[in-house]
Design a protein around this ligand. Structure first.
Ligand code: ZN
Length: 211
């Protein structure tokens, strides 16, 4: 398993859901392509420039060592991804042909954010016959989440996840407590405890291909 595609409906979702796993995959030398579909410029505090989240995402990608061709930011309108559903599917099909991911990591089918639902459904539609598909956890968006698959994290992976989230100054202004070090460590400990290790991230499995 070498080519791994990460899908973020908005620029911070991948870091929140699987930042530790991304740090681990990079540490292991995997080939990552990371896509964010919306920079959510309309939901920023009014005093911030519209490209704030795009810049923060690009700073995260550079911090973890991704090259310019390893992350893509689209500018679909926040909360309106459903209006571009077909376009998004066609992009994903193109990426399937060009990048040929073995593993795709994206939002859960049980995620109730309207934009996350679009990316989750189109992810399954595009990759169901060609790749393993797992879904990251964003507890504030779920009624149910099945902890079916775990990635053990090192201390270093967890620190990297905290550092990645620290780039999102715009979201800390918005006072979202799931950006805090306490929350990040708390959920990593909870998921770690489920597999008798210190830290982990949990995922739902849509499809798993043993290669
Ligand atoms: Zn989101």
């Amino acid at each position: 398993m070498n080519n791994i595609l990460i899908l973020s409906p908005h620029t911070d979702d991948g870091e929140l859901g699987c930042g530790g796993t991304i740090a681990k995959l990079i540490r292991e030398g995997k080939n990552i392509l990371w896509i964010a579909f919306s920079t959510a410029s309309e939901s920023l505090p009014p005093n911030l420039p519209p490209d704030t989240l795009g810049k923060e995402f690009s700073n995260v990608a550079k911090y973890i060592g991704l090259k310019e061709n390893q992350f893509i930011t689209y500018d679909y309108k926040v909360r309106k991804l459903a209006e571009s559903r077909q376009e998004i599917l066609e992009e994903l099909v193109k990426i399937k042909k060009d990048f040929k991911p073995d593993l795709v990591i994206g939002p859960s089918l049980n995620d109730y954010h309207q934009d996350h639902q679009v990316i989750s459904s189109e992810m399954v539609r595009a990759f169901k016959t060609s790749a393993s598909i797992i879904c990251y956890e964003l507890p504030w968006n779920h009624i149910e989440f099945k902890t079916q698959f775990f990635v053990e994290l090192s201390e270093e992976d967890l620190e990297k996840k905290k550092k990645m989230l620290s780039f999102y100054k715009s979201q800390q202004i918005a006072n979202r407590h799931y950006f805090t070090d306490d929350f990040v460590k708390g959920i990593a400990c909870t998921r770690g405890t489920q597999i008798n290790t210190k830290y982990a991230e949990a995922f739902e499995v849509i499809r798993w291909r043993m290669l």
